[in-house]
Design a protein. Sequence first.
Length: 255
Amino acid sequence: MDIALIGVAVVLLIVIVILFASVKVAREYERGVIFRLGRLLPEPKGPGLFFLIPFVDRMVKVELRTVTLNVPPQEVITKDNVPVRVNAVAYFRIVEPKAAVVQVENYMSATSQISQTTLRSVLGQHMLDELLAERDKINTILQRIIDEQTSPWGIKVSVVEVKDVEIPTDMQRAMARQAEAERERRAKVIAAEGEYQASERLKDAASVMAQQPITVQLRYLQTLLEIGATNNSTIVFPIPIEFLETLGLQRPKGS
């Protein structure tokens, strides 16, 4: 009798273990790709509760959330033969779980390798100035190429960003000298433009004064007023005879 009870208990235990092994739960962002006797089932399982046939079904769980992939630093020779060290970051997610499991052995490693080779290839076709000034354009090219190459694996690459560009020290000094020379050139151009505009205004003012002589006298009085307001010393100015005549005063005798 005891042996029979022990046998029943063992059978019940085995059944319970099998039931626990056959019951699976997938979260909202997870899918279960099922292989039944080695053959892929048409549709992935999940999210929620589902059952597997013990010893017949094998499940590979896949996440659908966006993955952040850091592309290791790459040594790149730009189109103008400048060696730089560049790293990047890529954001992708799985849109076809079956393809991510069946079409590639390790989609994470494969995407990383594709990103590294594409980064070296694309940056090698651009000048250093383009790499520094046209970052958005290069990011778009990288995203398009990597997305096309990983699309058969059921992966959608949404964003690729070049993070850091390390330039050799001697090149940094050369770029600093170039930037300083450019700033000096702009300063000289601005100063020359200012002098030209000032000369144009002086020419216009001289033309007006030539037509209206009284403006010269008014300017003379304004200058006296400004000097008298800013200095506490006594300043003697000679007054032209023409200025007295303009004010209606008579010319002194003997002059």
